[in-house]
Write a protein that binds this ligand. Structure first.
Ligand code: GDP
Length: 424
């Protein structure tokens, strides 16, 4: 596999980070192609435990070149913070190991303000934004009012663009929300604190990837969030503002002509969802609390408790179709060990009819899950490293998932550590 994408099939937080950390050893280049600092990958390895929001998870492998593509939006302050944190753990993020696209758009402090102000204005109708400025910055990009990373290398261009953008943004902040406007000087201060440090990393990543492919190098594309959060085909408007689909990987990396050979879809053995939007399998009360505790389901970027529920065949099959998944990595199997029987949702009852195809978003309001049960295995499986040594019920659960998703489950993980992974 010379190109491979690792993508989320569900609502995000499936455990993509650990899969990239594992697979990165087989690739020369790891690319993040969408999103910003609004979600996090958790990686646990010999260096410690890290929540990465922006840096590609290949950053722990010294021989890997890591790329932040043009589809990513970059909060410079946040990225400098991540680089500094790794430095404290003895990992140096040098310009040889991290390449930032000159076309990636910058997330400014005013984007984060705007995000928070809009959520506050919406009150109960809020989208559940992480308030990292993502929706405002992507809207600015499409309004052609974004500042690209490459602008930092051309002070005259930067000054001209920034003054125009700031004038417009201040009208919105003060006029619409009654907030304090930003001065040009304060933004330039922020840029000289953080932008200056990142200048050596900025390059034409499209050319870098095209050249790399020509010379036979292998590329791993790393997504953030999951298929159901896709701006085009997800649970709009409760989506992210970017496309976490494998189909977007070449474009968001700067190399739209590159074909993705393999798509590893990361699927969690149960369901979790952060923020608002339809989540038909949602559990509440003690049942939810038990699963949330067992799975440590608290957001990596925000610490928010995640909504949880049983495995959702309907939503996962839809996510598989959106991703064009060629193999599945099934994560967090160990978390289900406490259950006597394993619930799975095989359909949605919508207006008295059972649907097995994922419905249009508003139709899911008031939908009820149809639940079936598989036998539980009742023992701790976190130490098992050989699929054949899993209890029969656990193997049957994996085989069931393989059948309903119509795709081979190639990886099964039973713990967060690098080696808690079985390859079939
Ligand atoms: P990502 O955004 O898809 O990378 O997902 P997150 O990192 O936000 O969430 C995955 C969480 O589950 C992290 O805390 C991982 O360390 C953890 N994790 C990943 N795989 C497993 C597993 O097989 N078992 C357990 N118990 N935890 C896992």
């Amino acid at each position: 596999m010379s190109t491979c994408a690792i993508v989320g099939v569900n609502w995000g937080d499936e455990g993509k980070g650990r899969m990239v950390d594992y697979l990165a050893q087989q690739f020369d280049i790891v690319v993040r192609y969408q999103g910003g600092s609004n979600a996090g990958h958790t990686v646990i390895n010999e260096h410690g435990k890290f929540a990465l929001n922006l840096l590609p998870s290949g950053i722990f492998r010294p021989e890997v070149v890591n790329v932040l593509g043009n589809g990513v939006v970059i909060d410079l302050e946040h990225l400098c913070g991540e680089i500094a944190k790794l430095h404290e753990s003895g990992i140096e993020v040098t310009p040889e190991r991290l390449k930032i696209s000159d076309r990636a758009i910058i997330v400014f402090p005013f984007h984060k303000d705007q995000d928070g102000l809009e959520e506050a204005r919406l009150k109960d109708a809020k989208y559940g934004s992480t308030k990292r400025g993502i929706a405002p910055v992507y809207s600015d990009k499409y309004q052609k009012k974004g500042i690209q990373m490459g602008d930092l290398l051309f002070p005259d261009v930067l000054e001209k663009h920034l003054k125009l953008v700031l004038e417009w943004k201040n009208l919105m902040l003060s006029g619409m929300y009654g907030a304090k406007p930003y001065t040009y000087e304060s933004i330039m201060d922020w840029l000289s604190n953080y932008g200056e440090k990142l200048k050596p990393y900025i390059t034409d990543t499209g050319k870098l990837l095209a050249d790399a492919q020509k010379s036979g190098k292998s590329i791993l594309f790393e997504a953030q969030l999951g298929a159901l959060r896709d701006i085009e085909l997800g649970i709009y408007p409760f989506t992210s503002s970017s496309s976490p689909l494998a189909a977007y990987a070449p474009l968001g990396s700067g190399a739209p002509g590159v074909k993705v050979d393999e798509v590893v879809g990361v699927v969690k053995a149960y369901s979790s969802c952060v923020g608002e939007g339809p989540f038909v399998v949602e559990w509440f009360g003690d049942e939810a609390e038990k699963l949330r505790e067992a799975g440590g389901e608290y957001g990596a970027a925000t610490g928010r408790p995640r909504r949880v529920g049983p495995f959702d065949v309907v939503a996962t099959r839809y996510g598989m179709r959106l991703q064009g998944t060629t193999s599945v990595a099934l994560t967090k199997m160990d978390v289900l060990s406490y259950m006597d029987k394993i619930p799975v949702c095989t359909g949605y009852k919508v207006n008295g009819k059972t649907e097995t195809d994922f419905p249009f978003t508003p139709l899911m309001d008031g939908a009820e899950p149809v639940i079936e049960y598989m036998p539980g295995w009742g023992v701790d499986i976190s130490g098992v490293r050989d699929f054949e040594k899993l209890p029969k019920a656990a193997r049957e659960y994996v085989e069931y998932i393989e059948r309903v998703l119509e795709c081979p489950v190639k990886y099964v993980s039973v713990g967060p550590d690098r080696e808690a992974l079985m390859i079939r």
